[in-house]
Ligand binder design. Structure first.
Ligand code: SAH
Length: 224
């Protein structure tokens, strides 16, 4: 888990966040999130804006929550950990997210990366997230309604690709669309029990690390 421990610094203030958000940030610190840039982004993004009204009082719990269409907004710890891994030791300029869902992970990335591209295969989720992110004032996000198993070719290559659904195998298009020294973060394995893989492009080849067990909804082919 060496990547998780990079960027260790002293605890900051998190002064801008409300009480439930501050509790969440403390929980994330205890669970190994040490990159202050990531913690500041989580403290800044209003997670309650990414869930239905009935769930707003639970928005700052460290849990996944339903967003309709049998999908979930990822657990804050998972969002923070994947973002920390993507950024560890590098400064990606252009990042692709596969699986927009609610748009929450997208917003966290957009706080940290100059330009974020995100694709979603379920049209209503894609459209809701696009509207929501625009309303929140994000101008550095490009939302697409597409099957991210094919990556997103028009804007490739990417310095980083983050997949927020579990793949049976690593789609070759995602490796192909990684730029020089690009990094892919992807859960690989069967439904609800994947291992989180980090694939770094190294010249003509790649280097792969396994960061341990995670649980995601499945990466599925085709648009709906
Ligand atoms: N990042 C999201 C997580 C949503 S769950 C959030 O923070 O809310 C994963 C999402 O991946 C779901 O919305 C699902 O529809 C989407 N997904 C699954 N397979 C996909 C594919 N091949 N292309 C694009 N999106 C996909």
């Amino acid at each position: 888990m060496s990547l998780l421990r990079m960027h260790q610094r002293r605890s900051g203030g998190d002064a801008a966040a409300g009480a439930p958000q501050q509790r969440l940030i403390s929980a994330l610190r205890q669970q190994g999130i040490s990159d202050e840039r990531v913690l500041a982004a989580i403290a800044k993004v209003p997670r309650h804006a990414f869930v239905d009204d009935a769930l707003k009082n639970r928005a700052y719990e460290n849990n996944a929550l339903p967003i309709g269409h049998a999908q979930t907004i990822s657990q804050p710890w998972v969002v923070a950990m994947m973002t920390q891994v993507l950024l560890a030791g590098r400064k990606p300029q252009r990042v692709l997210e596969v699986g927009t869902g609610s748009g929450y992970q997208t917003a966290v990335l957009a706080e940290l990366v100059p330009t974020v591209f995100t694709v979603e295969r379920i049209r209503p989720l894609s459209e809701t997230a696009r509207r929501r992110l625009a309303t929140l004032g994000y101008r550095n996000i490009h939302c697409g309604y597409a099957d991210g198993m094919n990556g997103w070719l028009p804007y490739a290559p990417y310095d980083g690709i983050l997949v927020t659904a579990g793949a049976d195998t690593i789609p070759s298009a995602l490796i192909q669309q990684l730029g020089p020294s690009g990094r892919l973060v992807i859960p690989v394995g069967s439904h609800g029990a994947q291992s989180l893989r980090v694939i770094d492009r190294r010249g003509a080849g790649t280097r792969e690390q396994d960061l341990g067990r995670v649980s995601f909804v499945p990466l599925l082919a085709g648009k709906v």
